[in-house]
Each structure stands twice: as structure tokens, then as C-alpha cells.
Design a protein around this ligand. Structure first.
Ligand code: AHR
Length: 312
């Protein structure tokens, strides 16, 4: 349900020549770089000035950036929050300054949800579940030892993807997570953690599948599997989330098995909602949900072709 309120009465600025400050997580993954690039082009299309601050995966940097945007008097603030807790004080400062805040791609935990206007996000529990459901179907009653490469500790998307995958495999007694550790959403840490999983699990022979919370970690894991003399996609199945071009390449090479696409266009829906709010006073729904779909190797070529012009 949308509610109409008067933007001018509430004290927010008008829609003309807006400046938006975007506190970005960092540049940890291919998906993240695409999200930044789409945000820039979506801002340009609308004549909005976009100021981007790279948080280098640290909440303290993001909080500093938000404070600086408040001091500059921007018209709105976008935050892709690295972790889900600890945002109240700075969001209260933004509210005090009458600056609307939109969250991109990750959610936060706050008692007072009016501290932000809306969050543009996928259903990340569902994304994890899609991969888990695929695995259960793929194994068709056979057992499977899964190793899990988690995203950044404390990030809503890592918590939710873990939960969704666990839910999906609950009904399949032979399928279990034998090891789970954070690879911080990066290719290098994904590889490093996968190497340690392989060493600990009889040179990888006890591992049936790697569930990586994003593609970059999956690509790092694929490298580690190859270096251990095993075949990714065959000896060890892979499932991951994002839909970056490299994962489709891996699928086409038979080295990756299942993937859930996450759109890098999180800023577009946020700009739309912001513009409507500024022009008409329309308050957006609290959650602006993006679509998540599972893709398999048969879809890899068309998916790879589709990615051109999507920030990759
Ligand atoms: O919050 C979205 C996640 O963050 C993406 O899946 C991952 O690649 C990024 O680091």
C-alpha cells in the first residue's frame, strides 16, 4: 500500500537537480562493480548528480561517508549496508536533517523502520533456497556433503542465503553441510577457504558440492578444485548467486552447475521511488523487491549475451 504525503510539508527538498550520496560497500565482487556502474548510468539518465563513497567493506567508513553526505546537504542518501546492525545513530542524524535514506541490495535490523524510506533488495532466503532445491532434485535421494562459502559475516544477504539453503536441504537427510566459513564475497578468499576445505576433506574426495553465497567466491573455489586435480562441475558440483559473466563462462565449460541471477540494477528502482516521492509525495513500499531466477548450463549462453550493457 502506498501512502500519499506532502513532500513540501514534511520539509524534504524538491525533485529538481537532485544530488544523491551513495555509500557503497566496496568493490569486492564483479556484481558489486556492475551495481556501481549501473547506479552511475541510471543517475546520468535522470540528470541526478551521484556522489559515490567506497566503504572498502567497512561499516565505519560507510558511517563516515553518510555523515559527510549529511554535512553536504544532499537530497537523498543511498546505502548498500555492509552489515545489518549498528545503523541507528547515523540514520537518526539523516532523519534530523530531513534527508531520505534508501537501502540498496542489503537489509538492516532496526527497531524503527521509519529510519529509512525503502530497501531495494531480492528475497535472499529464496535465493539460497533455489540453490538448495536444485541440489535436492539433482541428487535425487543420493547423499551429498556440502561445503559452504559464506558471504561477509553480519551481512543480511549472507545470513539469508544460508538460511534459505539450509531450509531446502532439511528434508533430504543424506545432504548435509560439512563445513561452512566466510570467504567475504571475494574471489581470493573464496579460493583460500576452498583450499582449506579440500585439505580437510580427504583432498576434496569427501566433498560433493560447494554452495557459494556469490559467484566470485564460486570462481575462486573452481580454481582451487582444479588445482587439487579435481573437476569442478563434475567431481564437485557448484551452486552460487549473482549471474556475473564469468560464472556463465564456467557453466559453458562444464565447471559450474547452478546459478541464481541477482540484478545489479538496485539504484534504478530507488531513483524511481525517490523521484516519485520528491515530485508527488508518494511514499514507496518499504521493500522494493527485485526478481531472482535459477539458471542452469543450458541457459548460460543466452544469459551471458544478455549481460552486455548491464554494467558488466
Ligand atoms: O549484497 C549483494 C552481494 O554483495 C552480492 O551477491 C555479492 O556479490 C556482493 O558482494
Amino acid at each position: 500500500l502506498t501512502t500519499l504525503i506532502s513532500a513540501s510539508l514534511s520539509g524534504y527538498a524538491s525533485a529538481e537537480s537532485m544530488t544523491v550520496g551513495f555509500s557503497q560497500v566496496g568493490s569486492e565482487s564483479g556484481w558489486r562493480a556492475a551495481e556501481t556502474s549501473v547506479a552511475k548510468s541510471e543517475a546520468k539518465k535522470r540528470g541526478i548528480t551521484l556522489k559515490i563513497a567506497d566503504g572498502q567493506q567497512k561499516q565505519e567508513n560507510q558511517i563516515k561517508a553518510v555523515r559527510s553526505f549529511i554535512a553536504q546537504g544532499v537530497d537523498a542518501i543511498f546505502i548498500a549496508p555492509v552489515v545489518q546492525t549498528g545503523w541507528e545513530p547515523v540514520l537518526e542524524e539523516a532523519r534530523e536533517a530531513k534527508i531520505p535514506v534508501f537501502l540498496l541490495d542489503r537489509a538492516i535490523v532496526v527497531k524503527d523502520k521509519s529510519l529509512y524510506m525503502a530497501v531495494v533488495t531480492a528475497d535472499n532466503v529464496y535465493e539460497g533456497k533455489l540453490i538448495g532445491d536444485w541440489l535436492v532434485k539433482e541428487r535425487n535421494g543420493k547423499p551429498c556433503n556440502v561445503v559452504e562459502l559464506q558471504g561477509t559475516v553480519g551481512a543480511s544477504v549472507a545470513i539469508d542465503r544460508k538460511k534459505g539453503f539450509a531450509q531446502a536441504i532439511t528434508g533430504a537427510p543424506g545432504i548435509k553441510i560439512v563445513r561452512s566459513q566466510s570467504g567475504d564475497f571475494t574471489r581470493s578468499k573464496g579460493k583460500e577457504v576452498m583450499e582449506s576445505f579440500i585439505k580437510a576433506e580427504n583432498n576434496g574426495k569427501n566433498i560433493c558440492m560447494v554452495f557459494a553465497h556469490n559467484d566470485d567466491m564460486a570462481i575462486g573455489a573452481i580454481q582451487a578444485i582444479k588445482e587439487a586435480g579435481l573437476k569442478p562441475g563434475k567431481d564437485i558440483l557448484t551452486g552460487s548467486i549473482d549471474g556475473v559473466p564469468d560464472i556463465y563462462k564456467a557453466m559453458l565449460a562444464g565447471e559450474a552447475n547452478a546459478n541464481v541471477e541477482l540484478t545489479p540494477d538496485m539504484a534504478g528502482p530507488a531513483f524511481d521511488a525517490l523521484e516519485k516521492f520528491k515530485k508527488e509525495g508518494t511514499v514507496p513500499p518499504k521493500i522494493i523487491k527485485t526478481e531472482s531466477r535459477l539458471f542452469l548450463p543450458a541457459d548460460a549462453q543466452s544469459q551471458a549475451d544478455k549481460k552486455t550493457g548491464m554494467g558488466y
